[in-house]
Design a protein around this ligand. Structure first.
Ligand code: BDP
Length: 787
């Protein structure tokens, strides 16, 4: 594997920003009661000190003069009628930004759309645009109209109702239209949130230098509930945490301040910080609809009145952007004395008990009183020490349904996680979840249907059967749970993929997962017409209308919000793929690079190429050919293949690598643990034989003999060594490539990425050397470090 590299000796950036004088126009005041251009936030500094804090919404000026001239002709006036008519609900009467904030709280979704256009166009076009609240009786040349048929006369006049009807709640259309010689653009949607999404899509076209002339775009998301789970301070790699422990100024590194101390004690919610709104705008720009704001190993504090008040303020701030909140809860919360006198005894904790259900109904009601659009609860139960229904003699179906019954009257949903691996179930950790959940999905019901999980339950399942490893086969439950709503959970934060040090673009991994064929069959064993994992997730495989995709997010209080500048790309890509999993990840990378770094062809081509190989490189130097979980205990960053003394057998690298003098890898074929039997027949056969298993999953399913012949012509041992070396070489290539871009990238971000890549290279080599040396003890063969 090599990284194709361009070296730009002396090249001048084609996309260099315009010099002073480019923004010639002053703020315009129009007719018909038009407001002078609304500020739309402070401009993002574009120079060498830029810190990445605007994510991909930096709106750098269009550097190509011809293109700029065309855009300025095509976009002269923003028209958002009745932006203040549908004010969103606000619970917190004195909701306010922290002193000195640059962002501003929005009161409606259309206001958020208008402000984004004003801000974005001012940055991109290098001058303010005219803002009009109504077009009078003539739509001006160069107008960009945003709205719904309810909000906007101009939309009513130019977009037939039936064109919007099929778009669904979040869809939008963007059209270039004309009247006489006047040409204008309409961004219209059935809902105001759809109009906001269309606004971001329109801005993205300019950010990526695409033509605006003949637009006829209509888009709707494939998946309805596009959520982030935020793990708070655990697995947080984006914390501005100088000391390595407590965060800066009393902040703990999390993006939202609930319990900051010291100098930051005055910056807790309900006060709203700029970064919350930058994150909200970024999330909305890729269509995120919800966020579970606390860790899955949940702290009951989030259910106390004091915290609920803070959550309500956060929900208020996010609401104009179409983002709703949810909470992770601890199943046994009702027994916590801090809720006294409203607590339950152990005897009342059966999920079928009316007392249990009434308690959760009361708690959910309290939340709904302050957060009327509260989504519901994410539940990690009977997993890694968390309490659950099994502690009281019930199974996951009873537990999920008990909570679902409690919250159903309030219109809420339960996201019940399937990340369970009770060692009593099977000796192979990877088989355990399906063994616990599959039979509940199959259970016959009195009405002749099957499946016990209620309609307001989603089972939330990680992409693979282990735990967010850099490469896993798909989880066998996808396609197997035909009677249950299923959400897929992907990890955006890079717990096992280099944290905030390694540059690893994850979109190709998610693309691989979502486009893997489950080969699912129907009840009679006939192949389904649509059977990719993406089809299972978007409901088209088995006819589900409740659909959801969840990303464990990587936001923190770092200046650039994600720790590594390139980690921003993973959040961006997750949102885009959640909206449309059929997208090509290179196209997503291309957009992100243009929006984040530069539209210079050289920069775009170089960075996209570099990013696209970065995940496969990481797999290569960490866990090639299907080996998994070789991390140092708990930290999950560096290599620890020899570790064998962790408190649970299935936390130890040696449990996964099974290294011995014969070979390496875990036999999960029919002669081994037979995990393969959990897949549909076509995958069973493919994975079950060492002759047909894809080489990149070989050790996942087989104990591979050191001399096994590989497709390259090498024996397995040499192939393994080759992968480790090739992976590290790729990282060296990334470092050199980046160095060659110095003249095209602003100074601060350039040097921050350079420092990360230098460490990345050292740590990748550590993976290679630690693992290869350790495996050699078993293989007894020579290390051929090829090049
Ligand atoms: C593991 C993480 C742990 C999470 C767990 C989960 O190390 O912090 O709590 O996943 O998903 O990967 O519940």
């Amino acid at each position: 594997m090599t990284l194709s590299r361009r070296i730009f000796m002396g090249a001048v950036a084609a996309g260099a920003t315009l010099g002073p004088g480019a923004g010639e126009a002053a703020w315009a005041t129009g007719r018909d009661g038009e407001a002078a251009g609304a500020p739309g936030g402070l401009p993002v500094p574009q120079g060498d000190g830029y810190d990445g804090s605007a994510l991909w919404l930096r709106y750098a000026p269009v550097g190509d003069r011809d293109l700029l001239r065309r855009y300025r002709e095509q976009v002269t006036t923003v028209i958002v009628e009745n932006a203040d008519r549908n004010k969103v609900y606000r619970h917190t009467p004195d909701l306010s930004m922290a002193p000195g904030s640059a962002e501003r709280l929005m009161e409606s979704t259309l206001e958020a759309a208008r402000e984004e256009l004003v801000r974005g166009l001012r940055g991109l076009l290098g001058r303010p645009v005219r803002v009009s609240q109504g077009p009078g009786n003539r739509i001006p040349d160069g107008a960009v109209i945003v709205g719904t048929r309810d909000s906007s006369w101009a939309v009513r006049r130019s977009v037939p109702a039936e064109d919007l009807a099929s778009l669904g709640t979040d869809g939008f259309l963007i059209r270039s239209l004309s009247e006489g010689r006047r040409r204008f653009t309409v961004i219209a949607a059935p809902t105001e949130v759809g109009a906001l999404y269309g606004t971001f899509a329109f801005l993205r076209r300019i950010q990526t230098h695409k033509p605006l002339g003949e637009l006829d775009i209509s888009e709707s998301p494939r998946v309805a509930n596009r959520h982030l789970n935020y793990w708070d301070t655990e697995r947080l790699y984006a914390g501005n945490d100088a000391s390595g422990t407590g965060g800066l100024d009393g902040e703990n590194g999390a993006i939202f301040n609930f319990a900051a101390t010291g100098d930051s004690a005055g910056l807790n919610l309900p006060l709203v910080l700029d970064r919350y709104l930058v994150a909200a705008r970024a999330m909305a720009s890729v269509g995120i609809t919800g966020i579970t704001i606390n860790n899955v190993n949940a702290d009951n504090a989030y259910l106390t009145p004091e915290y609920i008040a803070r959550e309500a303020a956060l929900a208020d701030a996010l609401r104009p952007y179409g983002i709703r909140i949810a909470l992770s809860i601890r199943y046994a919360a009702p027994t916590d004395p801090r809720f006294a006198p409203d607590t339950l005894t152990e005897e009342q904790m059966a999920p079928v008990s009316p007392d249990f259900q009434a308690w959760w109904n009361r708690k959910a009601r309290q939340l709904q009183e302050s957060i009327p659009d509260f989504i519901g609860f994410t539940v990690k139960a009977n997993s890694e020490g968390q309490p659950g229904p099994q502690d009281f003699g019930y199974d996951h179906g009873d537990g999920a349904n008990g909570m679902a019954v409690a919250v159903a009257p309030l219109g809420m949903t339960i996201y019940w996680r399937t990340f369970v691996y009770n060692p009593d179930v099977d000796s192979d950790r990877l088989k355990r979840a399906y063994l616990e959940f599959g039979s509940i999905d199959d259970e016959p019901r009195p009405d002749g249907t099957r499946g016990r999980f209620l309609d307001n339950v989603f089972l939330q399942t990680k992409n693979g059967p282990l735990d967010f490893q850099a490469r896993e086969p798909i989880h066998p439950m996808f396609g197997r749970m035909e009677n249950t709503n299923q959400a897929i959970e992907l990890q955006v934060t890079q717990e096992y993929t280099g944290q905030s040090t390694m540059l690893c673009f994850l979109a190709p991994m998610w693309e691989e997962v979502l486009k893997t064929d489950t080969h699912a069959t129907d009840g009679e064993g006939r192949p389904l017409e649509r059977s990719l994992v993406g089809n299972v997730v978007d409901g088209t495989a088995q006819g589900h209308s409740a659909t959801s995709i969840v990303g464990v997010a990587n936001l923190g209080n770092a200046d650039n919000l994600t720790g590594h500048h390139f980690s921003q790309a993973n959040l961006f890509a997750f949102g885009r793929q959640a909206w449309d999993w059929t997208l090509d990840s290179a196209g997503i990378a291309d957009d992100w690079v243009r929006m984040t770094w530069s539209n210079s062809r050289d920069v775009v081509d170089t960075l996209v190429t570099m990013m696209m190989g970065s995940w496969e490189a990481l797999v290569s130097y960490q866990t090639p050919l299907g080996i998994a979980h070789q991390f140092q205990a708990n930290v999950h960053y560096g290599p620890g293949p020899s570790e064998s003394d962790l408190p649970r057998e299935d936390w130890n690298p040696v449990y996964y690598n099974q290294a011995d003098s014969v070979g390496l890898g875990y036999d999960r074929s029919p002669t081994g643990s037979d995990l393969t039997a959990q897949y549909f027949p076509a995958l069973q056969a493919r994975y079950g034989s060492i002759d047909t298993v894809p080489e990149n999953l070989m050790m996942w399913f087989h104990h591979v003999p050191w001399d096994h012949p590989m497709s390259s012509g090498r024996i397995f041992w040499d192939e393994l060594v080759h992968h480790y070396y090739a992976g590290v070489r790729y990282v060296s290539g990334m470092r050199e490539t980046w160095d060659a871009l110095e003249r095209e990238i602003d100074a601060r971000r350039f040097s921050e990425v350079r420092a990360k890549l230098a460490q990345h290279e050292i740590d990748a080599a550590d993976w290679r050397d630690t693992c290869v040396t350790y495996w050699q003890r078993f293989s007894g063969r020579e290390i051929h470090a090829d090049d």
